[in-house]
Ligand binder design. Structure first.
Ligand code: BTN
Length: 289
């Protein structure tokens, strides 16, 4: 194989369809060799355009390569053919509330890839949309979730994008002389050596469909304990992008992040806020009762 004729990836589109179609009338699966972003493409298809009727039916769109993958808070999402799994699920959805959907999706993705951990789960969930992998060298970002919504014909639709690192990648431009070398991302093959992007899709996609439908029916409650079992931040000192510091204390029944601060407990729901653990910091002391 040469760079111009890469190994074909054998996508289990039919098996994914067979697993999910009974749950989602009108469901289809499509694999594209390249697109800017599977989320952007599903949004465009939902709205339609000149000579292109809207496509409101449930669709799982996989891209072997994204040229302009998007992450949360306007960030880029970098991925490479075969090294990553990038897909989006678009469907009409009418939950009672949307808060906690990204956490429910994270639970489904993590559990489908690591169904029965022997001890502490290695795939952890960092509120609100990151998947981390615990490695002997510390936690590494394994993947992320980007959820967007749009209305068509008076019906709200969700586009749920999932990006997972599958194979280890060398960091382009990593400077060996840098005081703090760039940290390579985590990858699924560090968890399960033989796993490739198509196999990961077959594990994740049906579980994702089931989880989204369960969320539509019952909200975040059925996922709360399962999220807690993989909560990467619980009990850790954290800093929010709005400057708030405190100790993460799990998530509420609606999926809000609970943070104990010096001035009392706060609940974070804003999609605009990012949170990071403070490296090496002990958990902040509790305020006096
Ligand atoms: C994040 O970590 O901020 C979320 C990353 C989400 C990336 C996925 S890849 C498939 C889908 N298409 C995109 O452009 N983004 C999501």
């Amino acid at each position: 194989m040469t760079a111009s004729s890469p190994c074909p990836l054998r996508w289990p589109a039919e098996a994914v369809w067979e697993a999910a179609a009974p749950l989602l009338p009108g469901f289809s699966v499509e694999v594209l060799p390249e697109i800017d972003s599977t989320n952007s493409e599903l949004m465009r298809r939902l709205k339609g355009g000149p000579g292109r009727p809207p496509q409101p039916e449930p669709l799982l769109l996989v891209a072997e390569q994204q040229s302009a993958g998007r992450g949360r808070l306007g960030r880029q999402w970098q991925s490479r053919r075969g090294d990553s799994l990038t897909f989006s699920l678009g469907l009409p959805l009418a939950p009672a509330g949307w808060s906690g959907l990204s956490l429910a999706v994270g639970v489904a993705v993590a559990e489908s890839l690591e169904p029965a951990p022997l001890g502490a789960p290695r795939i952890r969930l960092k509120w609100p949309n990151d998947l981390w992998l615990a490695t002997p060298d510390g936690e590494r970002k394994l993947g992320g979730i980007l959820i967007e919504t749009a209305s068509w014909g008076g019906v709200r639709h969700a586009v749920i994008g999932v990006g997972l690192n599958v194979r280890p990648v060398a960091l382009p431009g990593a400077d060996p002389a840098a005081a703090l070398p760039a940290v390579p991302p985590g990858c699924l093959q560090a968890l399960s050596a033989g796993l490739d992007a198509p196999a990961a899709l077959l594990a994740v996609a049906p579980a994702l469909v089931r989880a989204v439908l369960a969320f539509e029916h019952s909200g975040f409650a059925p996922f709360a304990a399962r999220f807690a079992a993989r909560d990467a931040l619980d009990g850790r000192a954290v800093q929010l992008s709005d400057g708030t510091q405190g100790t993460a204390r799990g998530v509420g029944q609606g999926g809000a992040l609970r943070v104990q601060t010096a001035s009392g407990p706060v609940e974070v729901t804003s999609a605009e806020v990012s949170v990071r653990p403070v490296p090496g910091a002990p958990a902040a002391p509790e305020p006096p009762c």
